[in-house]
Write a protein that binds this ligand. Structure first.
Ligand code: HEM
Length: 305
């Protein structure tokens, strides 16, 4: 798996900082652990930040750039605003990394490592992260963020299409969707599903309605996986078999569509899910990285140097 990643993307390698920042992995691991100890939601936040970074213009930390008084970027896009979180965790890790190895490690690599360590802290799979990404000098536009990130009401063909445009196949898409085994979602995002969808378990909908009235509370968060919200496991897929997917796009993966077999197999086999998730994360981390002389090593992840 790693060999493939290295040969396709020559410049990324897991020992990229071996001589320039040997403590990198330890710093990110312990800072991620501390952030999750303080607030378990931060693990999910790191994983989603990485996804939203890689899908919009490649894994170049562009999602971390703050909007400025004169320009709104992807952070301020409706696809991200009020929804992405955990930026302060990245700031904290970056500060520790800068103290140990000044102007050496990119924010894009820190994000890749924070996502990886988050999944492992929450008892999910582990994988090696090829490194050597550099940081974008500019953020993508709000429109680019909307065009490249899948919305919660998307059906399977649309989901497959958007992942295919990033070089990821249907299997990667289904495995990566298992990230919704951790983290939260807001009432305004899943309301239509629990009030209008036909393919929803009525008991599940009734429970969810307690936390999401027909009107109002749009920004109220609730767990994506009610049973084990801070444990990375395959319950997500088991829920789909019972009509208990919280997002329309989650439930779309099961119920007569072309990826039913994958959902069934991951629901029955945690190891298969873990192996495919790890592989797909490595592939996602290879989406259009900036390398060599492109981009920069940002000193502050929120703004270009
Ligand atoms: C397959 C298409 C996907 C769709 C349509 C989708 C959509 C969403 C939506 C709508 C939310 C809740 C946001 C809110 O309510 O404000 C969410 C949360 C989340 N997503 Fe996805 N997502 C997808 C794939 C992924 C992938 C590939 C990953 C990572 C590998 C991921 C990781 C997460 C995580 C961890 C959360 C919880 C974040 C938190 O609690 O802060 N998602 N996703």
């Amino acid at each position: 798996m790693l060999l493939l990643a290295c040969s396709v993307h020559g410049q990324l390698s897991s020992d990229f900082y071996q001589s320039t920042c040997p403590r990198l992995q330890r710093i990110v691991r312990s800072a991620t652990q501390q952030a999750i100890d303080k607030d378990p939601i931060m693990g999910a936040a790191m994983l989603r930040l990485f996804f939203h970074d890689c899908f919009v213009n490649g894994c170049d930390a562009s999602v971390l750039l703050d909007d400025t008084p004169t320009s709104v970027g992807e952070k301020g896009s409706p696809a991200n605003f009020n929804s992405l979180r955990g930026f302060e965790v990245i700031d904290d890790i970056k500060a520790q990394v800068e103290a140990a190895c000044p102007a050496t490690v990119s924010c894009a690599d820190i994000l890749a490592l924070a996502a990886r360590h988050s999944v492992s802290v929450l008892r999910g799979p582990r994988w090696q992260v090829p490194l050597g990404r550099r940081d974008a000098r500019t953020a993508a536009s709000p429109a680019e963020a909307i065009a490249n990130l899948p919305p919660a009401d998307m059906e399977v063909p649309g989901l497959i299409g958007i992942f295919a445009s990033k070089g990821l196949d249907a299997k990667d898409m289904v495995a990566l969707s298992g990230a919704h085994t951790i983290g939260q979602t807001r009432c305004g995002v899943y309301r239509a599903r629990i009030y209008n969808d036909k393919n929803v378990d009525p008991n599940f909908a009734a429970i969810r309605k307690n936390n999401c009235p027909p009107f109002g509370d749009d920004n109220k968060w609730t767990p994506l996986d009610l049973q084990t919200p801070t444990r990375f496991d395959n319950k997500y897929y088991r829920n789909l078999l019972g009509g208990r997917g919280i997002l329309h796009s989650d439930q779309a993966l099961y119920g007569g569509g072309q990826v039913d077999g994958l959902v069934k197999s991951y629901s029955a086999n945690n190891s298969a899910f873990f192996a495919d998730f790890a592989l797909a994360m490595t592939k996602m981390g290879n989406i259009s990285p900036l390398t060599g002389a492109n981009g920069e090593i940002r000193l502050n992840c929120r703004k270009a140097n």
